[in-house]
Design a binder for this molecule. Structure first.
Ligand code: NAD
Ligand code: LMR
Length: 332
């Protein structure tokens, strides 16, 4: 099992690589960054776990990206700039779109069959960019190109458990839509119906708002030094770990992720119809198998309560624009 992290020397990349190094199923951990990857690689390589660590920067052995990607089964991408206070995720588009496009070209050439987990923001646009590059190169596999929205689930679980004193380990709130502000739609009514029912309308509205804008809390607290890194490394690792479980034979892997609704995937046609044919990419619960997404669990769209339905209608409008922006970046 070879896993590559692109952006491995960054705020997310380092703790994420540490968590991956601890997974005994990973035999090769490959680190790529435009700076400092060899130092991070040397440091991690002293940890006494099976994963053999290698690290590359551009130009290494003629092409560091090629060496880092070749043979990868999973590529995780936290490469790019983070927000500062006052910025939206969309403000990162101009810089991060180009970074993600370059990495997508690398994946297309060196490991087109890998699972790709895109963390770089704005996820609502960077995943369409990644998919469009692979499509243009004729190697897009919609079952394996995924936007990481797991931090929204992690936050939803944490915030409701704090409010209700419930054991967070038993909570799993689906979060659908996208990964920015009002495109984030936590579905507490399905994930934790009994806890959610205990809250009054004001508490429910504040809880939803906190999940939607949880990223801002961290950006403000870090005060110019970046955005969520440690909680994101945890969230990115959790999704990667579940995918590794699916690759190695687990049959019960269902997680929310941001995917292209390709009609070859079971449930995608139904999801598209329920979304009024308006969205190509969306985060929904999906079932993973060894070869990627096996099924889109569109049924959740019928289970939303009235407030969640209203939130999802708002989410759709912004999400559609974010997706179109990513697609047109590659077309141009
Ligand atoms: P960071 O600046 O600490 O690290 C980014 C790393 O990317 C740096 O080491 C940089 O050298 C590297 N990099 C830049 N261009 C590259 C390229 N072309 N190839 C390889 N590496 C390259 O930033 P961070 O805090 O780790 O955040 C990274 C990204 O993740 C940001 O875009 C941020 O908004 C996003 N993010 C997403 C989520 C999410 O939930 N999906 C959560 C937190 C942060
Ligand atoms: C988050 O949700 O924490 C990330 O998307 C980073 C950010 O910019 O808020």
């Amino acid at each position: 099992m070879k896993v590559t992290v692109c952006g491995a020397a960054g705020g997310i990349g380092q703790p994420l690589s540490l968590l991956l190094k601890l997974n005994p199923k990973i035999t090769q951990l490959s680190l790529y960054d435009v700076v400092n990857a060899p130092g991070v690689g040397a440091d991690l390589s002293h940890i006494s776990t099976p994963a053999e660590t290698s690290a590359f920067v551009p130009g290494d052995k003629n092409d560091g990206l090629a060496f880092s990607l070749k043979g990868s089964q999973i590529v995780i991408i936290p490469a790019g700039v983070p927000r500062k206070p006052g910025m939206t995720r969309d403000d990162l588009f101009n810089i991060n779109a180009g970074i993600v496009k370059t990495l997508a070209e690398g994946v297309a050439e060196y490991c087109p069959d890998a699972f790709v987990l895109v963390i770089s923001n704005p996820v609502n646009s960077t995943v369409p960019i990644f998919a469009s590059v692979l499509k243009a190169k004729g190697v897009f596999n919609p079952r394996k190109v995924l936007g990481v929205t797991t931090l929204d689930i992690v936050r939803a679980n944490t915030f409701i458990s704090t409010l209700t004193d419930a054991n967070v380990s038993n909570i799993n709130v689906p979060v659908i839509g996208g990964h920015s502000g009002e495109t984030i739609v936590p579905v507490f009514s399905v994930g934790t119906p009994s806890l959610y029912a205990k809250l009054d309308a004001d508490a429910k509205a504040k809880l939803v708002h906190r999940v939607q804008f949880g990223g801002d809390e961290v950006v403000q607290a870090k005060n110019g030094a970046g955005s969520a890194t440690l909680s994101m490394a945890y969230a990115g690792y959790k999704l990667a770990e579940r995918i590794i479980e699916a690759i190695t034979g687990a049959s019960d892997v269902v997680e929310c992720t941001f995917v292209y609704l390709d009609e070859s995937i079971a449930g995608a046609k139904e999801a598209r119809a329920k979304l009024g044919g308006e969205l190509d990419f969306v985060s929904l619960p999906v079932k993973f198998g060894a070869k990627g997404v096996e099924e889109i669990k569109y049924q959740i769209l019928d289970q939303l309560n009235d407030e969640e339905k209203a939130l999802f209608e708002i989410a759709k409008v912004t999400l559609k624009g974010n997706v179109a922006k990513g697609v047109s970046f590659v077309e141009k």
